[in-house]
Design a protein. Structure first.
Lengths: 499, 325, 327
């Protein structure tokens, strides 16, 4: 690493969204040619920070300085011109075109006739490859490359724009151990060219392997920026999560009912492996892990939305086969999906029609719908869950996030399921509605249902769950209860310390 | 092509090559079909007949060039037959049998193609409307206008010189065939070697990425529809040179046939992959098919059935193929 | 995407404004209809006469029934462009199978209805199981059916219907033409299905958000297929009425009707993206088109202009609709 020169500095950057302060006076600085890791749990503010640097968001206040000059980044192109390049988790590549063309998209080298100079393009692409020490065939189509190779193409794209700063968002989440090492080699090569890497991740082990300095962000605030040498793994985790566990959650239930759901060795190749755990009536089981650990996939598989390659599911003592969501509903299993707008609701339909969607079959009279019963069930649930609306005929698109989530919840309550799976139930919802939903979940459990809750908010999962199953990289790391239900234990299990 | 033949043979990856150049399979089918045709009837390979096939292929082929470009963008242009008709009628009426009117007639016909293409592109991009709705609506309007104008009858007339284009051959290949081939070569160079041509593949392959990379996707789309309109107009002129008069029903089959030819040729309806060589093969297959049917004596009615079946089979096969990838 | 925070749903601010927009979307076409009706009455003294109104309605029937079937398909997010040739096929088949024999009525009608359902099942099958875009699939089916119809008649139109059958298209009960009664019947049945049966609710749900519907336990493939079947059956019924009216097996009778049926549905206000609309608005769309044609006829405008008008109307209808959708 050459002379320590500050290449990027963020001072007191703030960003507020309706209902939440995403960034609260965040400040940190990066040196030229260093690998600077930004860590924090889900929702801490990392991606907001990144979006500000890339020009997708504009900060409410604060300064950004590049090489000592204050800048305003109002769109991605400006960011690029200033030397900031971002590599997202979903790549920006054209599948049926080759690597070289992707690198030079929109700016192909031309010859004297004004036509595309393929020779020069391939040569330049090859040069860039060598510059970072990789050897991918530049004539291959993107769809012929592995994910790791596609990522490398993105990196080369960034380098070709004379990037000073390359921001990588969770770059290793889709990579194997070998590929990760290759990525690190590339990063080190980039460092020798005075390129600064901002490495956003919560894989602790990797951070200690590749980063020079680390900035910890928690609840939108900078906790600390330190040299990696002055930290150890447990210390870092503690910095990420240390906070008071507040008493905002409903009382837990001491008693465990009979066995309701038992999954054994659930496997879906490439996604999750050997998943086994139990859920009893009256229990809330938390499913914890990092983004990409495979939690949603397991939930969807149990619900029949995706297939299972191996493994058994036992419901109420008997083995069942769930091939599609319809089967799940018949057995009494419900799923409240992560993305309520895309998967949970039909936005153009009314509240009533959304609520009764899964039980129409049950309440019909001969061939006709049972409007009276529908209205009855509907007003009952609106009252129970305190959905704020003046009529059940309002289109759900018009409701607030919290109320929309309650409609999704109502739909499944109408089904009267034995087991409900909640995938990120309170994401993007204001504090008031959050508490109501929590209260309701506990009531359901107390009435004898079993609940599987996926959440990326540590306080929530600790506050709500009776037991926690932690997943990492598609496998169950451990099942924790009682005394071991602390933020540190869970976080350690979920993060890089499990690799 | 991106690589010279030497490099192709040096590559050990045969499957990759085949995958990328699926038109080879289509050409194979073409040859197979010619073989079968020649076996079924001695009439097929007679030079006069082949010339005839080429004449038919030329007018379809020219439209198919434009249609290929539009389909590469994951769109479809259902207005091509109407444009061919307009060009046909307008040129005939403007020419009125006089040689000196040839140039203005051609220019106005091409202008019509540009205008319709622009309208298509405009409505599709400005209002984010589905392309088949817009082009279908414009087809309807333009077609209707032509019917009103011609009251369903033949109109106008061509001059001798112009007619010669349609009927003369050079080395027993129709001049119109040369025009088609020439346009195809230009189009291949355009798609493969110009910045804009590559942008068409990029926008078609992943429009969002293309946009984020700074490409003006609306402009690319509008220009592509204009090109398609111009091609359809040229095809209308070709038809005119054969018919001798402007006729409102002249371009009728071009609408569906052009799409079928492009799809058979390997260009994906989802955009981003395919090329003109495949389309050439597809056009030849379709034209030969029409010809063979007539020679064997299959009724026009049966022909339509078989065409329908072909569309369905080809599309199903392609859908299955794409699912596997 | 796991971004925090997720784009927050619109907070119910201006509820009144939204309600108005929704109302306009649902019933705007009726406003247009009324205006058109008024304009027509003013422009032509003949328009408001009993004979004219009923003739107009009689002629609107086939299109109307077709549009009702098309509504089902579009509501579920698809499109059926093969309806016109199914109508033609029905016409040629019934005019030749009937054989001047009224006892043939039931077998002939049932057979052809079966064929219509089969066409629907085929369309639906390939669209759902093979994920073929409906546009392409139904265009292929269109060509296929057109060809089959031509083979069937070998180019020679038949005319073997009896006066009893022809009464279906030409007769009246009291002053109401029989076709109109059929139309009303089909309309009512469609209305009931869409608003009072589970299938109807499923259709709206699948059209509005197929994935969410699947995750709610709905069998989206079955629902989609049913819409194509219903559309096929409607096409056949329309074909019967048309055959009764014209009496002869004209192979090309249904040619323009593909586009027209889509136009009526879209003008009425049903959205291409599915989930919004219904047969009530389609009815308005059908009437708008019919009044337009009738008006042009009365004013002595050349027939071919209708094509032009149709195209322009579709374009405008679609633009207005899409704009209304993108709040």
């Amino acid at each position: 690493m050459k002379e320590t020169e500050i290449v990027l500095e963020m001072k007191n950057v703030c960003k507020r969204f309706p209902g939440v302060q995403a960034l609260d006076n965040v400040s940190f600085s990066c040196m030229r040619g260093e690998v600077h890791a930004i860590v924090g749990e889900n929702g801490a503010g990392k991606s907001t920070l990144m979006k500000i640097l890339s020009g997708a968001y504009i900060p409410d206040s604060g300064n950004i300085l590049i090489e000592g000059n204050e800048v305003r980044i109002e769109n991605p192109h400006q960011g690029q011109e200033l030397g900031i390049n971002i590599i997202y988790q979903e790549f920006n590549l054209i599948p049926y075109t080759d690597v070289a063309e992707n690198i030079f998209i929109g700016r192909k080298p031309l010859n004297n006739l004004g036509l595309v100079d393929y020779k020069q393009m391939y040569r330049k692409a090859q040069q860039l490859m060598e510059q970072i020490g990789v050897n991918i065939d530049v004539k291959k189509w993107i769809c012929e490359l592995t994910v790791a190779e596609q990522q490398i193409v993105e990196i080369i794209k960034a380098v070709s724009f004379a990037a000073k700063i390359v921001i990588m968002d969770e770059p290793t989440s889709a990579l194997s151990e070998e590929e990760t090492q290759r990525l690190f080699q590339i990063i080190r090569k980039l460092q020798t060219q005075d390129i600064t890497i901002i490495f956003i991740s919560h894989r602790i082990k990797e951070i200690f392997e590749i980063a020079d300095r680390v900035t910890v962000i928690k609840d939108g605030k900078t906790v600390v920026s330190k040299d990696i040498n002055n930290l150890d793994e447990t210390g870092l985790v503690r910095l990420m999560v240390g906070r008071e566990l507040s008493k905002l959650y409903p009382e837990k239930n001491g008693k465990k009912g009979e066995l309701l759901l038992s999954v054994r060795n659930l496997t879906r190749s490439g996604v999750f492996k050997d998943i086994s755990f139990d859920i009893h009536r009256g229990e809330i089981i938390g499913l914890a892990g990092l983004v990409g650990a495979g939690r949603t996939e397991v939930a969807r598989a149990i619900f029949g939305a995706d297939q299972i390659d191996e493994g058994t599911i036992k419901f109420d003592e008997s083995i069942i086969k769930i091939k599609n969501p319809k089967d799940a509903v018949t057995h009494g299993i419900g799923l409240i999906p992560e993305d309520r707008r895309q998967h949970g609701l039909v936005l153009c339909l009314s509240i009533r029609n959304n609520i009764v969607l899964s039980i129409l079959n049950r309440i019909k009279r001969f061939l006709f719908t049972n409007r009276i019963k529908e209205k009855e069930i509907c007003s009952d649930l609106i009252r129970q869950l305190e959905i704020k609306t003046h009529s059940s005929e309002v289109e759900v698109e018009l409701l607030s996030g919290g109320n929309q989530q309650k409609v999704v919840l109502s739909k499944w309550l109408a089904v009267n399921p034995q087991l409900i799976i909640f995938d990120e139930p309170t994401r993007g919802i204001d504090v008031g509605a959050k508490a109501e939903i929590h209260r309701f979940m506990r009531e359901l459990a107390n009435k004898g249902a079993g609940i599987l809750m996926i959440s990326s908010e540590l306080p929530e999962i600790l506050g709500m769950s009776d037991r926690i199953v932690v997943m990492c990289e598609g496998e169950v790391i451990g099942i924790y209860e009682g005394e071991s239900l602390t933020e540190e234990t869970i976080m350690q299990a979920a993060t890089g310390i499990c690799i | 092509m991106e690589s010279t033949f030497k490099e192709i043979f040096q590559k050990k990856n045969a499957t990759r090559f085949l995958n990328r150049h699926s038109e080879i399979v289509v050409f194979f089918f073409l040859i197979l079909m010619v073989f079968v045709a020649a076996k079924s009837t001695p009439l097929f390979l007679k030079p006069a007949n082949l010339t005839n096939v080429m004449r038919q292929a030329a007018s379809l082929g020219i439209v198919a060039i434009g249609q290929t470009i539009v389909i590469l963008l994951a769109g479809t242009d259902l207005s091509v037959s109407a444009v061919a008709t307009v060009s046909n009628v307008i040129a005939a009426v403007l020419m009125m049998g006089k040689d000196e009117n040839i140039l203005p007639a051609i220019l106005v016909a091409l202008l019509a193609g540009i205008i319709v293409g622009f309208l298509n592109g405009f409505f599709i991009t400005k209002f984010s409307l589905p392309d088949f709705v817009v082009t279908l609506a414009i087809y309807s309007v333009v077609n209707g206008l032509m019917f009103v104008f011609t009251t369903g009858r033949e109109v106008g007339s061509v001059s001798g010189k112009f007619m010669a284009f349609g009927s003369k051959d050079i080395f027993s290949i129709p001049i119109t065939m040369y025009i088609w081939m020439g346009l195809t070569i230009f189009a291949v160079i355009f798609l493969q070697y110009t910045k804009f041509g590559r942008m068409i593949y990029e926008v078609g392959g992943n429009p969002e990425s293309a946009r984020l990379s700074g490409i003006n996707t609306s402009l690319v789309r509008v220009v592509s529809y204009i090109i398609c309109g111009v091609m359809a107009a040229i095809s209308g002129l070709v038809l005119l040179s054969r018919l001798g008069v402007g006729y409102p029903l002249s371009g009728k089959e071009l609408q569906l046939d052009s799409i079928i030819a492009v799809v058979i040729g390997g260009t994906s309806l989802n955009g981003g992959r395919g090329n003109l060589l495949g389309t050439v093969a597809g056009v030849l297959i379709l034209s030969s098919l029409n010809n063979i049917f007539n020679l064997i004596g299959i009724s026009t009615f049966m022909q339509i059935v078989i065409k329908g079946l072909i569309i369905i089979i080809v599309v199903v096969l392609r859908a299955m193929n794409e699912k596997n990838q | 995407m796991h971004n925090f925070p997720i784009k927050l749903a619109g907070i119910t601010g201006n509820n009144n404004n939204n309600q108005f927009k929704l109302f306009f979307q649902k019933y705007g076409s009726y406003a247009t209809l009324l205006i058109l009706f008024g304009v027509a009455s003013i422009l032509s003294p003949v328009f408001l006469t009993e004979t004219n109104i009923f003739t107009m309605l009689r002629q609107a029937t086939a299109l109307g029934i077709l549009a009702i079937g098309q509504t089902f398909v579009i509501l579920a997010g698809g499109i059926d462009l093969s309806v016109g040739s199914l109508v033609s096929l029905t016409v040629v088949m019934v005019t030749s199978m009937y054989q001047f024999n009224d006892s043939q009525l039931i077998p002939v009608v049932t057979t052809i209805l079966g064929i219509g359902a089969l066409v629907g099942v085929t369309n639906g099958f390939f669209v759902t199981k093979f994920r073929i875009p409906p546009l392409v699939m139904t265009l292929g089916m269109l060509t296929l059916l057109q060809g089959l119809g031509l083979i069937y008649t070998k180019g020679v139109p038949q005319n073997t219907l009896t006066p009893l059958f022809r009464n279906l298209g030409l007769g009246k009960i009291w002053i109401v033409p029989i076709p109109v009664i059929f139309f009303a019947g089909v309309f009512v049945v469609a209305l009931i299905i869409l608003n009072y049966t589970n299938l109807g609710k499923y259709i709206y749900a699948v059209g509005g958000n197929p994935e969410a519907s699947r995750l709610s336990g709905i069998n989206i493939q079955f629902v989609t297929m049913m819409t194509y079947v219903i559309c096929g059956i409607c096409a056949v019924i329309a074909g019967f009425i048309l055959a009764a009216r014209i009496g002869v097996g004209d192979n090309w009778v249904g040619e323009g009707m593909n586009l027209e049926s889509v136009a009526a549905v879209v003008i009425g206000g049903t959205s291409f993206s599915g989930g919004r609309g219904g047969v009530i608005t389609t009815l308005a769309g059908v009437l708008i088109l019919s009044i337009l044609y009738n008006l042009l006829l009365l004013e002595g405008v050349v027939y071919f202009w209708q094509e032009v008008v149709k195209g322009i109307v579709i374009l405008i209808g679609v633009i207005v609709y899409i704009r209304g959708k993108n709040r």
